[in-house]
Design a protein around this ligand. Structure first.
Ligand code: KDG
Ligand code: MG
Length: 391
């Protein structure tokens, strides 16, 4: 099963996605996602210029060896760009392996532990009434777990510009005055049984995060996410000592080495890595197994910049894991439906993999060509004094 060709497809059906297709001489092909939001062309170039030339003629069946070859062979290990490139190759090779075996991918990982994966949706609003309306709409679609994000009263409107990152204003004091009441208002509106989540997006100091986690304890949140910048794990100890509100961290991690201290010290309850940014299924399986030692469950990152291909991969893995927790599901732009035909589906609060061989997601390259790449950036945050903060 030698690799005949590999090509990178960059498209923008409502937002940018980078996809790698690998074709074998036997006629099988598989695809993987390499999207790094806001830095798409860097990973596309990494794949085109440095990875694809080394793949031609390799045995597509050697998934682990190819992972090691690209990881060790680069010498410069880790990082979002290199690991997303490895992930795209890895997921495409797993896709081919499962197609060659004539099986849906979850069968190669030991078979189903569950039939469907519970998931959470995103509710947001410029203000509390808008947020509550969004929550009601999601409840009507069957979601039983909802992430809550809300505009903070008194902060200026974001300054948008098409050419450079939008500039938002951040004020941790205003946020901390508002957030507990906002979460309480939703809890009162939906009752005790709906799982409520909130993402702090790396914006607080350790002591601020500890205060918030303690203040919202009576609300029985499903989790608080990314309370502080992700680089320093030691500060999570302070939050842990202050509160038993569950914590979810890890969407920006690329490596098993980024997670093991958090897992070993039981500083988190949910690990948020995703196949695309953490080196594909080969490494994320290892991370999930390591997490299981401390009863830490998975919550693979599933914002809309994770392409439908990453969802296919994540759901097949989630279907097998004993410590699957929940899958984030923020949805995709409707234009992506034509570009990425897929077997996975949402219904009544759950996601299913489907039974198509491989990971069940394909890319229609003609449809993709109708949506050329559009340069775009994530926003940045500034404090009132003009200095930069974490967005
Ligand atoms: O590209 C950045 C997004 O994926 C991120 O802002 C979404 O934090 C996020 C989440 O929890 O989905
Ligand atoms: Mg997040």
């Amino acid at each position: 099963m030698k690799i005949r060709d590999a090509r990178v497809i960059v498209c923008s059906p409502g937002r940018n996605y980078v996809t790698l297709r690998i074709e074998t001489r036997s006629g099988l092909s598989g695809i993987g996602d390499a999207t790094v939001n806001g830095r798409e062309m860097a990973v596309a170039a990494y794949l085109r210029d440095h990875v694809v030339p080394t793949l031609i003629g390799r045995d597509a069946a050697r998934v682990e060896d190819t992972w090691q070859y690209l990881y060790r062979g680069a010498y410069w290990r880790g990082g979002p760009i290199g690991m997303a490139a490895i992930a795209a190759v890895d997921v495409a090779l797993w896709d081919i392996k499962a197609k060659a075996a004539g099986m849906p991918l979850y069968q190669l990982f030991g078979g189903a532990s569950r039939e469907q994966m519970s998931c959470y949706a995103h509710a947001s609003g410029a203000n509390l009434p808008e947020l509550l309306d969004h929550v009601s709409a999601l409840r009507a679609q069957g979601f039983r777990a909802i992430r809550l994000q809300c505009g903070i009263p008194g902060l200026p409107e974001p300054r948008d510009s098409p050419a450079v990152p939008a500039e938002h204003t951040w004020d941790s004091d205003a946020y901390l005055r508002f957030a507990p009441g906002m979460l309480d208002a939703v809890r009162c509106a939906v009752g005790a049984e709906v799982a409520l989540l909130h993402d702090i997006h790396h914006r607080l100091t350790p002591i601020e995060a500890a205060r918030l986690a303690r203040a919202v304890e009576p609300l029985n949140l499903f989790w608080l996410e990314d309370p502080t910048p992700a680089e320093n794990h030691e500060v999570i100890r302070l939050i842990r000592r202050a509160s038993v509100t569950p914590l979810a961290i890890g969407e920006v991690f690329n490596s098993i080495h980024d997670v093991h201290a958090l897992l070993r010290e039981q500083l988190i309850d949910y690990i948020r890595v995703t196949p695309v940014h953490a080196g594909g299924l080969t490494q994320v399986r290892r991370i999930a197994d390591l997490a299981a030692l401390w009863q830490i469950r998975t919550a693979f990152h599933g914002a809309s910049d994770m392409s439908p291909v990453t969802f296919g991969a994540a759901l097949h893995l989630g279907r097998t894991l004993p410590n699957f927790g929940i899958q984030e599901y923020a949805g995709h732009p409707s234009q992506a439906d034509d570009v990425f035909p897929r077997a996975w589906a949402y219904s009544d609060g759950y996601l299913t993999t489907g039974e198509v061989h491989g990971h069940g997601v394909d890319i229609d390259e003609n449809a993709a060509a109708r949506f050329p790449y559009v340069r775009s950036y994530l926003p940045v945050n500034r404090l009132a004094d003009g200095s930069l903060w974490n967005w």
